[in-house]
Design a protein around this ligand. Structure first.
Ligand code: DQA
Length: 151
């Protein structure tokens, strides 16, 4: 079964208690459950991980070079990390960028993302549902690639 890495960055371990007016009451563990159910329905496996450390995220993105794709919410590192951009560039697998909040309705410093320039797609502002949509997008990209190979 193809495995998708679902990677989540700094402070997202605090979901549910962190600024609920922005991020809602859904916990990361709820999101993981929803991703597992959605992935199973799509015939995908997932490796779901969270870290507060930039280097750890870089290591996991490098590891994901053997995965079917990456769903990434890099948190604040989205707006700062060239190291994550470079790791994603080297990964060579489809990347879908996810943000729970609509970063374009927020402070100007959140409007630029290093991840977006290497992502196949970006989903933001739809809360936990965004992660499920990202898994659907990866499934669709994999199906399209397989179709192309058959022809
Ligand atoms: C976030 C948006 C980022 O700007 C912020 O730093 C986060 C969470 C989101 O999911 O909405 O930590 O990635």
């Amino acid at each position: 079964m193809p495995t998708v890495f679902v990677l989540t960055g700094p402070n997202l371990n605090l979901l549910g208690v962190r600024e609920p007016e922005i991020y809602g009451r859904t916990t990361l563990s709820d999101i993981e459950d929803r991703c597992r159910a959605r992935a199973a329905a799509l015939g995908l496996g997932i490796d779901f991980r969270q870290t507060n450390h930039e280097g750890q995220l870089v290591d996991w993105i490098q590891e994901a070079r053997t995965a079917a794709g990456i769903v990434l919410n890099a948190g604040a590192l989205t707006h700062t990390s060239v190291a994550i951009l470079d790791a994603l560039g080297a990964a060579g697998v489809p990347v879908i960028e996810v943000h729970l909040s609509n970063i374009f309705r927020r402070e100007a410093f959140r409007h630029h993302s290093y991840v977006s320039s290497v992502a196949a797609g970006v989903i933001c502002g739809l809360g936990a549902h965004g992660y499920e949509l990202a898994l659907e997008a990866i499934a669709q990209l994999l199906a399209a690639a397989a179709n192309k190979e058959e022809r």
